[in-house]
Write a protein that binds this ligand. Structure first.
Ligand code: NDP
Length: 327
């Protein structure tokens, strides 16, 4: 490790925003591998952690950043010096120091080799958002959902999870309906493969127990009233993969879709995804995308842009994904 000191964004106390601090090797946590972080990413949860909102960081002080990609500088856990690696979730920025640091020590258990075609930049363009979208699609596939069943809805479609869900489903041959609150982003969603755009307002009224059957399945990152409205409009035997709460953590629904239409509500968590699930999801993502394919969805940002971008993502003003240049 050549540098003796390096920079990181750390939250030092509850309810305090993260500060840019200078750290040395002795400040790093425990783990099998020392990684020189080249890239990280920005997720909704990063916005919460960076601005000192409750519910993410659970030990203080802690380095933020739920994702990282970089090069192994001290080997361990089956990885060699010089290997390009990726780590998402796994309690980074919750109980373990995360990716908003130029170096990080990590447990090898949840680390994967950087996917071949995506590389470290592409892996962070995917990041937790894209990985979660893939995990949602894998849950739908495991539940038996197929392209010929009918259209699949994606809510929060211009967000990180939503953008990837639209792209993945469209590349897999599904007819994708994308629900968004951003009128100006219809061309973006169409370019990702959405066949139809649904106005967010259509899903924000008082939910009925059951409504006209419209979608064979859905990927929902919004929760709340939106998810309740989605459930009431899923076709007989369909499934909904629910992973987020951008619109609220409540669920003002009834059991009617479950008991009268055989609808399944499938919960998706990426933080504690098993090594097998991670490997499967990354392999599928690497089959579907090259890093170049992701230039539309992901834009580059500097390390020091993080405080401003955190405000933007919590205000729902972010489109797609940000790759943070941490080098
Ligand atoms: P983003 O902020 O990138 O995307 C969220 C999108 O939801 C927004 O872009 C917007 O899309 C829509 N949205 C925002 N506010 C509202 C609202 N009040 N009502 C309806 N729609 C809204 O976040 P991410 O994609 O990173 O994360 C999305 C959610 O998924 C978050 O709740 C996050 O915590 C969760 N998540 C969960 C994971 C898991 O492991 N379970 C992993 C990753 C994320 P539009 O304008 O197009 O409608």
């Amino acid at each position: 490790m050549p540098e003796t000191t390096f920079q990181a964004y750390q939250v030092t106390a509850p309810k305090q925003p993260a500060e840019l601090v200078t750290l040395s090797r002795d400040d790093l946590g425990e783990g099998d591998l020392l990684v020189r972080v080249t890239h990280s990413s920005l997720n909704y949860k990063d916005g919460l952690a960076m601005l000192g909102k409750p519910g993410v960081v659970r030990t203080f002080p802690l380095t933020c950043g739920i994702d990282l990609a970089g090069e192994v500088v001290e080997a361990g856990g089956g990885f060699a010096e010089g290997d390009q690696v990726v780590l998402t979730g796994a309690e980074l920025s919750e109980t373990r120091p995360g990716g908003y640091s130029q170096y990080q020590r990590v447990e090898a258990e949840s680390v994967v080799a950087a996917p071949e075609r995506l590389g470290p930049w592409g892996a962070m363009a995917v990041g937790t958002g894209g990985l979660t979208a893939m995990l949602c699609v894998l849950r739908l596939e495991a539940a038996g959902v197929k392209p010929e069943d009918g259209p699949v809805l994606v809510t929060g479609a211009t967000g990180g999870v939503g953008s990837f869900a639209v792209s993945i489903l469209s590349r897999l041959g599904y007819e994708v309906h994308a629900a968004t609150g951003k009128d100006s982003e219809h061309p973006y969603l169409t370019s990702l493969g959405a066949a139809q755009i649904i106005a967010r307002d259509e899903l924000s009224g008082e939910p009925r127990p059951l409504a006209k059957e419209r979608w064979a399945a859905a990927v929902d990152s919004v929760g709340g009233t939106t998810l309740a409205n989605v459930l009431s409009q899923i076709s007989y035997g369909g499934s909904v993969a629910a992973c987020g709460l951008a619109g609220g953590h409540g669920l003002p629904a009834t059991v009617m879709p479950f008991i009268l239409r055989n609808v399944a509500l499938l919960g998706v968590d990426s933080v504690h995804a098993t090594p097998e699930a991670r490997a499967q999801a990354w392999a599928r993502l690497d089959e579907l995308f090259t890093a170049d394919d992701l230039r539309e969805v992901a834009v580059d940002a500097a390390f020091t842009d993080l405080p401003e971008l955190s405000e933007k993502i919590l205000a729902g003003q972010v489109r797609g994904r940000y790759v943070i240049d941490a080098a």
